[in-house]
Design a protein around this ligand. Structure first.
Ligand SMILES: [Zn+2]
Length: 172
């Protein structure tokens, strides 16, 4: 189950608090996580926050609001430069240029993860889904889900990210 993270509010996000939310990696991996400065000002109780590890390029991290908690997910990018054609992110449904969407895998939490059971999903390679749903004007590189308002896209992103987090947390 998600560890208790109710104290995670905007402006109070310490590295320790972020590490304590991580559900599907070892304590050692969580300890080695690098957190960019801007993440500390985010509010992961309300929106999906994601970043690539500046010192470990294959590593990515997501903070996902799930009910009253925040679930931290460790992701690993598959080698290569991402999908070679225009592709859509599974979480934010933004259509991106070739190379800007890639396959990420998350180990399942708990016993299954230790047996190398993983969940794969295609995501924006910059993991900036929370920003991408706020884009107002589509460009050839970045086309948000058409026909939806920004708040509808944000809600849909939270729902899809929560569903992904539940899959990672599910036993089996
Ligand atoms: Zn995305």
């Amino acid at each position: 189950m998600p560890r208790a993270t109710l104290e995670l509010h905007a402006g109070q996000l310490t590295d320790e608090a972020i590490r304590s939310t991580m559900t599907n990696c070892s304590r050692g991996e969580a300890h080695r996580m690098r957190v960019p400065e801007w993440v500390h000002g985010c509010d992961p109780a309300r929106e999906v926050v994601g970043w690539r590890d500046p010192k470990a390029p294959e590593r990515g991290w997501l903070l996902v609001p799930l009910g009253e908690a925040v679930v931290g997910l460790a992701l690993r990018a598959t080698p290569g430069k991402g999908v070679r054609t225009t592709a859509m992110c599974d979480l934010c449904r933004t259509t991106r240029s070739p190379g800007d969407v890639g396959l990420f895998v998350a180990a399942r939490a708990g016993e299954s993860g230790r047996k190398l059971n993983t969940v794969g999903t295609y995501l924006c390679t910059d993991l900036a889904c929370g920003d991408n749903v706020r884009v107002l004007r589509a460009t050839p590189r970045l086309r948000p889900d058409p026909g939806l308002s920004v708040s509808q896209r944000q809600e849909a992103l939270r729902e899809r990210a929560a569903a992904f987090a539940r899959t990672v947390l599910a036993a089996g």
